[in-house]
Design a protein around this ligand. Structure first.
Ligand code: GAP
Length: 449
């Protein structure tokens, strides 16, 4: 973990947030390479969940959430961790993270009894902060999928089985954020709420577990580094009938990467029930069924059914950490030196190709390298970097360390002789000469392999 943290800072993947002011605990910023890696991981999820399927729609809902949503979802009452205070040094801990009955900071045994601490962040809406108009920052992206269920249903004519996918920020006031970006207070989730007819839920649950394991494997996280944990009944969230956690061997231990829950008809049912009550109070019950009930009407029997929900919910930040951990390797070279390589899958690599002029001040070579960069950028594969440091050896080392799959060098032979460039492979370090005219097709094939 220490090596990943150091590399993240050194090369611009991840920084402590508000660093110059001493940081904010449990909050991180993604740097120039981190933002590319994170975007690539999210794009891979979106491709697999939305574009490559024919039964999922996308959504991008607001972060600031009406408190009623989180009241009827059960979060106001139950979304809490057991908090213990140390009376001696005033440190706060999650009771289930304590080893024994001592404060990990000062060793005192003078601890309070555990009490529930709600993890949701509150914010004030409008100019008057008198507590009357507050809202929450969403603790999961899922709720806005449920509250938009009818909007999506009506605007797309979908019928279960179908899903709604969303990627976005979530916020939790974790008592003890730790392990770099593993447990943080501001993070991103990639969540799918997959709506199925009651009775088909268990089969779909199994299927989604398999789908998700395959997806992680395609991101470079092998199956033998993942374990499935069937959450015991006593530990299930208030909405869940069954949850399977995908556990990954993080540098600090085996922990949850993604949770795949059978949320039953809990959320849609509970929001529908609340809507009915609201409308009853307003004496407009006649509108309840058609306008606000989060349910689907059987076209023949006209009966309403609240679908069941299977929810694969993955943390983007935990995904980034897992992918970085898998990619990281140190190799011994024949000359006795070492090289650090981030062996990202090409579709996740922050920089796809670095184009380097052999001489930084040679106009012909530099201009040619710029033109090559532009021709590759137009392929739309992601970021192509023009790297004009003039030191090819150092450039290779830097790009090994950030996981750039290919480096292209433009040299005298390119401009004076035959219009070919050197293409150097990150993993094998092999170099071959390729004609500039063939380079885009060559690069495309190599990166999409
Ligand atoms: N909608 C279901 C839900 O939110 P969860 O197990 O609480 O379920 C889903 O969270 C995923 O979100 C987790 O598997 C994890 O990857 C990520 N996650 C949750 N809390 C996190 C935190 N404090 N920091 C980073 N990621 C977190």
């Amino acid at each position: 973990m220490d090596e990943l943290v150091a590399l993240s800072k050194r090369r611009g993947f991840i920084f402590q947030s508000s660093d110059i002011y001493g940081g904010l605990q449990g909050i991180y910023d993604y740097g120039p390479l981190g933002v590319e890696l994170k975007n690539n991981l999210k794009a891979a999820w979106w491709r697999a969940m939305v574009y490559e399927r024919d039964d999922v729609e996308g959504l991008d809902a607001a972060i600031i959430t009406n408190p009623k949503t989180l009241r009827y979802s059960g979060h106001e009452a139950t979304f809490s961790d057991p908090l213990v205070d140390c009376r001696t040094c005033k440190a706060r801990w999650r009771a289930d993270h304590l080893k024994g009955d001592q404060c990990p900071a000062c060793g005192s045994k003078d601890l309070t009894e555990p009490r529930p601490f709600n993890l949701m962040f509150r914010t004030a809406i409008g100019p008057v902060d008198d507590g009357s108009s507050f809202a929450y920052l969403r603790p999961e992206t899922a709720q806005a999928i449920f509250t938009n269920f009818k909007n999506v249903l009506d605007s797309t004519s979908r019928r279960p089985p179908f899903g709604i996918a969303q990627i976005g920020k979530a916020f939790r006031n974790e008592i003890t954020p730790r392990n770099f970006i593993f447990r943080v207070r501001e993070f991103e989730q990639m969540e799918l709420e997959f709506f199925v007819p009651a009775g088909e839920d268990e089969a779909w649950h199994k299927l989604w577990v398999e789908e998700r394991l395959n997806w992680w494997e395609a991101q470079g996280v092998p199956r033998d580094r993942l374990e499935l944990y069937y959450v015991p009944e006593a530990d299930l969230s208030h909405y869940s009938k069954a949850t399977v956690d995908v556990m990954y061997r993080f540098p600090h231990g085996l922990e949850e990467l993604e949770g795949i829950a059978n949320r039953t008809d809990f959320d849609l049912g509970s929001h529908s029930k609340n809507q009915s009550e609201l409308h009853l109070a307003a004496k407009v019950m006649e509108n309840v069924d058609s306008n606000t009930r989060l349910a689907v009407q059987d076209l023949e029997t006209k009966a309403w059914q609240v679908p069941y929900v299977i929810e694969p919910s993955a943390g983007v930040d935990r995904g980034v950490l897992a992918v970085m951990n898998e990619a990281y390797r140190v190799e011994k070279l024949e000359n006795g030196n070492e090289r650090v390589v981030m062996g990202f899958k090409p579709h996740l690599a922050p920089i796809k190709v670095a184009v380097m002029p052999l001489k930084r001040n040679h106009e012909g070579i530099v201009n040619k390298a710029l033109a090559v960069k532009q021709s590759l950028q137009r392929l739309g594969l992601g970021r192509i970097l023009f790297e004009n440091s003039g030191n090819i050896g150092k450039g290779y080392r830097r790009h090994d360390e950030v996981g750039t799959p290919l480096c292209v060098t433009v040299d005298f032979q390119t401009v004076d002789e035959d219009d070919t460039v050197t293409v150097r492979d990150r993993d094998t370090m092999a170099q071959e000469r390729i004609a500039v005219a063939e380079l885009p097709a060559y690069v495309k094939e190599r990166l999409q392999a």
